[in-house]
Design a protein around this ligand. Structure first.
Ligand code: MG
Length: 236
């Protein structure tokens, strides 16, 4: 008897599944102003691949605010309503190929889809719900779990095993694929031993991503390289 092989696909959100057109970044500035009375144009913040909690930490450090748990929580709860309103105001979009691949992958026997994102969990839900993608992702790892992206891979894998069995995804190099758009996603995949498909749909171009040595690299999810990556991963 052969059992169905199980494959875990962990998706980043911003720059990979979608762009909010600046709704998230703008919300950070609004929240910082509202919560702490400090205007910051965020021009010194490197958003790409950073977790929401790490971005908050960068702002606290820049403005000499002690990063207490209460301050982090005040920032998070101020940010989320701004994000919710901004999603309707800013012109974002789902990245090319995402609406084709998600139903295809989700329908495969043994496929498990999850999130591996620097968003707060509620921010992830708001963004994905706005663009009609939330139902593909029953679980994930988020900025609420750790400000360090490299810590999120094992957390997501642990949650997947709690749902699908401790024996599942035994060999991350064969059974787990992380899909993301920044060098931080590539480092995160390396940190948990997973394979990595980098897509040049965010702020990093092919050359920038290639320098960090992802297992697979594609301009976007419509191209043949993406199809080949999913096929290689699936057949391994
Ligand atoms: Mg991203």
């Amino acid at each position: 008897m052969t059992s169905t092989k199980m494959k875990l696909l962990l998706f980043d959100i911003d720059g990979t599944l979608l762009t909010t057109g600046g709704a998230g970044e703008h919300g950070f500035g609004q929240a910082f102003q509202d919560a702490f009375g400090i205007a910051d144009d965020l021009s010194t913040i490197d958003f790409a691949g950073a977790t929401d909690s790490a971005i908050a930490g960068m702002l606290f450090e820049k403005h000499c605010l002690e990063p207490t748990p209460a301050r982090h929580e005040h920032f998070r709860t101020t940010y989320l309503p701004h994000l919710g309103k901004n999603l309707a105001r800013f012109q974002g979009r789902v990245m090319p190929g995402v609406r084709d691949w998600l139903p295809d992958l989700a329908a495969r026997p043994g496929a498990v889809l999850g999130l591996l994102t620097g968003n707060f969990s509620t921010a992830a839900q708001l963004k994905l719900t706005h663009y009609g993608l939330f139902d593909y992702f029953p679980f994930g790892a988020f900025a609420d779990d750790s400000p360090h992206r490299d810590a999120l891979g094992p957390i997501a894998l642990g949650r997947a095993r709690r749902i699908h069995g401790v024996e599942a995804f035994a060999d991350p190099a064969r059974d787990v694929l992380i899909i993301g758009d920044t060098p931080r996603d590539i480092a995160c995949a390396r940190a948990c031993g997973a394979r990595m498909l980098a897509v040049a749909t965010g702020k990093h171009n092919r050359a920038s991503l290639s320098a960090h040595g992802p297992d697979f690299l594609a301009d976007d999810l419509t191209c043949a390289e993406a199809a080949a990556a999913f096929r290689d991963f699936w057949e391994a």
